[in-house]
Structure formats: structure tokens, C-alpha cells
Design a protein around this ligand. Structure first.
Ligand SMILES: C[S@@+](CC[C@H](N)C(=O)[O-])C[C@H]1O[C@@H](n2cnc3c(N)ncnc32)[C@H](O)[C@@H]1O
Length: 402
């Protein structure tokens, strides 16, 4: 495998997070070229792919394109995939995993297309080496291949991530309605927290603590992939382990263990705080976050500048809509009475409930939580008038249509 040959890299992300991902890529020195709803493309080699796996906070996967062809049936796909030099890219002693999407009139179930890819890879291997590699249904510990087939356009990628990058490794999976780690990081980056080191980060209604933990990692300049060991690129043929060790060492050198940043997380449910503490412990940031078990209105606040970020229930998975109206009204009152001179942000999947906050957002950004279209509402709480009016900071524009 040639680790310095440039090809097309596609970083994938949740719907609504592509602008954040594009900004992350630009900050890492790349020139993102092709932005879709759920991905950003750029030119790069496998070393770039490793670096992106290590550093990107908002991406779910980093895909490295190895081929693209026109196909009109599953048989065409099989022949095209079989013609590729898999014996140079994969290893006999490591299982390979294939996943992907397929939309073509001849395909009723995308799993059939994936199966044909698997057969083609294994058959090519047997042709060239006499041995058949194992395939596996799970990406853990495997070399991973991704298929994207739409109409006659089929593209084959080495999925250099394997297990999605949202699996940071710190989360206790038992908590209800947690935000995915990559979505939480996208929210923190979208509201541009971390640019002013003096601005505190407060996460009332923290649930399992994902927002506060991702904020703490940003404050530490911690590469989100630093502690992760299982990357699919390490299971390819002849991985450039020396380059990977260099990237890890560089990331360790940039890590700031104890940034002087006020980060707090609170929740009314003691079990949520226990879970958030455990997660923060696993993420190595328990000592950076001030935890409080209390109603959101009683969360101890520092003086401004501070950012208050909340992800209240929105009736979809946890509570009923009517019951939540007083909660959203209470958030508006809280911002007006207790958060003057600060920034506020609310991430919700229920726009009518969001309007109950009763304040005019300076910006609304559409982001999807799985299948649920959500809004990130940002508020600037103006200091100095009796009613704490809101001021427009970002020109009042929306980053996505309602
Ligand atoms: C949707 S969950 C937050 C999930 C969180 N973002 C995560 O990643 O785990 C909403 C949280 O708000 C908390 N909550 C509800 N009402 C509250 C209140 N009045 N004060 C503080 N927390 C509250 C719930 O206990 C729950 O943990």
C-alpha cells in the first residue's frame, strides 16, 4: 500500500454538520473542495487520512477512495471490484469488513450489493494468493471497505476509521437520550466556543455530560482520537506505523492537561450527574468540570463572559410536549434574569417548543440528531436594560432554512 499517493478523501458527518467539518478541515490546513449535506471531500494521502482520524471532532468516518466506475448491475459491480488489487491493500491474516449504500433499480436490498463486493474481494484474493481472507460483520479489529453506489456511479473506499469516530471510548452506554459525541462536538464548534479563552462553558441539563466533555477536550486541545487504538487503517497491508506514532506524539505535545477554563455541568437528576462524572473520568476531564446536582436555574454561574448550552428534552424520546412548555418558558426567563451579558444556546428537536423560550435567536442552525431535524438556537443576552433585550450579533441570519 502506498501511504503517500494522493487520492480523494471523503470525511463524512451528521446531516447539518458539514459546515463545521469544513471549518475543522480548513483549520487543519486542508483545502476542502466538495461539500455535501453529510460529507466534505478533499485531496490527500493515507497519512492525511490518519491525521484526520486523529483530529476531526465532527466527522464520523474518513474514507479513502481507491476506485470509481460505471456499473449497471450487481454483476458489473462484482467484476469491477474483483479487478482491483486487494492483495496489495488487505492482509491475509486480518479479517475485512464491507459496508455501504446502494441505490440502483436492480438492487432491492443494499446488503446484496455489499455481499457481492465481499465475494469479489475474497475471490480476487484467492486468484492472486491462493488463500481466502476472512470477512466479518463487525468493523472492530478489521480492515474496512465502503461501497457508495448510486444509479450507475459506484465508488469504492478504504474506510480508514472502521468503528465510527463518534465512539470516543468514554461513554457509559446506559444513559437515556445522549447526544452522539460527534454531534455534541459539532454543537460546541458551531457556537464558536473556545475562541475566547476567558469564556466559561456551562451545560445545565447535562445528562450524560457529552457537551461538557467535548468542550473540555476542545479546551485541552486534545485530539479526540488520541486514546483510541482500533483504527481500520492500522489493519491495512503494511501500515505506516512510524508515521502514525509521529502523529500521536505531535498530538500529545499539543495537549494542555489543565487549561484555566471554567467548565460546569449540572442536572436535576443525580443519576445523570453520576453518569456524567463517570464519563468525564473515563475522558480524563473529571477534574476540569464542576458538577452540580440541581435545577438548571440554580447552576452556579461565573461572571461573564460565559456560554450557557442546554439540550432539554423535546418530547421525541423522553417527555411529552405539553409537559415541556413550562420548561422552555423557564429557560427564557432564566436567560433574561440570570444570564445577562452571556451567550445562550439551546439544542432542540421541537421548534414550537423552542419558540416558547420567548427570545429572538441571533442564529438558528439546522442539525440532525439521527433522523430528527433539530435546531441549534443561539441567543445573546444583552446586559444593562431592565428587560435584558437581545442583541443581534451574527446579523440575525439563519444558517439553514426552517
Ligand atoms: C435530553 S437530556 C440531555 C442529554 C445530554 N445532552 C447528553 O448528551 O446526555 C435532558 C436532561 O435534562 C435534565 N433536566 C430536565 N429538567 C431539568 C431541570 N429543570 N433542571 C435541570 N435538568 C433538567 C434531564 O434530567 C435530562 O438529563
Amino acid at each position: 500500500m502506498n501511504w503517500t499517493e494522493k487520492t480523494w478523501i471523503v470525511a463524512t458527518c451528521g446531516r447539518g454538520c458539514a459546515d463545521v467539518l469544513k471549518a475543522e478541515l480548513a483549520a487543519l490546513g486542508y483545502a476542502p473542495q466538495d461539500v455535501s449535506a453529510t460529507s466534505v471531500g478533499l485531496e490527500g494521502d493515507l497519512r492525511d487520512a490518519m491525521r484526520l482520524n486523529l483530529w476531526l471532532r465532527s466527522a464520523n468516518r474518513v474514507l479513502f477512495e481507491v476506485a470509481g466506475f460505471e456499473v449497471d448491475s450487481a454483476d458489473d459491480l462484482y467484476e469491477a471490484v474483483r479487478s482491483l488489487p486487494w492483495e496489495l491493500w488487505l492482509r491475509r491474516d486480518v479479517p475485512f469488513h464491507v459496508h455501504g449504500v446502494a441505490q440502483h433499480e436492480t438492487i432491492r436490498d443494499p446488503r446484496f450489493a455489499v455481499l457481492r463486493c465481499k465475494d469479489a474481494i475474497a475471490d480476487r484474493f484467492v486468484d492472486q494468493t491462493g488463500a481466502r481472507p476472512d470477512s466479518t460483520a463487525a468493523p472492530e479489529g478489521a480492515a474496512c471497505v465502503a461501497l457508495y453506489w448510486k444509479e450507475t456511479d459506484a465508488r469504492i473506499f478504504l474506510d480508514t476509521s472502521g468503528v465510527p469516530l463518534s465512539h470516543r471510548g468514554y461513554r457509559w452506554r446506559g444513559w437515556v437520550a445522549p447526544l452522539r459525541e460527534t454531534l455534541a462536538a459539532s454543537i460546541v464548534l458551531a457556537i464558536e466556543w473556545g475562541q475566547n479563552p476567558a469564556e466559561a462553558f456551562i451545560a445545565p441539563m447535562c445528562g450524560s455530560g457529552t457537551l461538557a466533555i467535548e468542550a473540555a477536550w476542545i479546551a485541552q486541545n486534545r485530539a479526540p482520537g488520541l486514546a483510541r487504538e482500533d483504527y481500520a487503517f492500522l489493519h491495512l497491508a503494511g501500515p505506516d506505523v512510524a508515521a502514525w506514532r509521529d502523529l500521536q506524539a505531535e498530538a500529545r505535545a499539543k495537549f494542555v492537561s489543565a487549561p484555566r477554563t471554567w467548565i460546569a455541568a449540572s442536572d436535576v437528576d443525580p443519576q445523570a450527574i453520576a453518569c456524567a462524572r463517570e464519563n468525564a473520568g473515563r475522558a480524563g476531564v473529571e477534574s476540569l468540570i464542576r458538577f452540580h446536582t440541581c435545577d438548571f436555574r440554580d447552576t452556579p454561574l461565573p461572571k461573564p463572559p460565559a456560554l450557557i448550552v442546554m439540550n432539554p428534552e423535546y418530547g421525541e424520546r423522553m417527555g411529552l410536549e405539553d409537559r415541556l412548555v413550562p420548561l422552555y418558558e423557564g429557560i427564557g426567563t432564566y436567560f433574561k434574569t440570570k444570564c445577562q451579558g452571556m451567550r445562550g444556546a439551546v439544542f432542540t428537536g421541537n421548534l414550537p417548543l423552542g419558540r416558547k423560550i420567548g427570545l429572538h435567536p441571533t442564529r438558528r442552525t439546522a442539525m440532525w440528531n439521527g433522523d430528527i431535524e433539530c435546531r441549534l438556537l443561539e441567543f445573546d443576552v444583552y446586559e444593562g436594560t431592565r428587560d435584558a433585550r437581545l442583541i443581534r450579533k451574527h446579523g440575525g441570519g439563519e444558517s439553514a432554512p426552517q
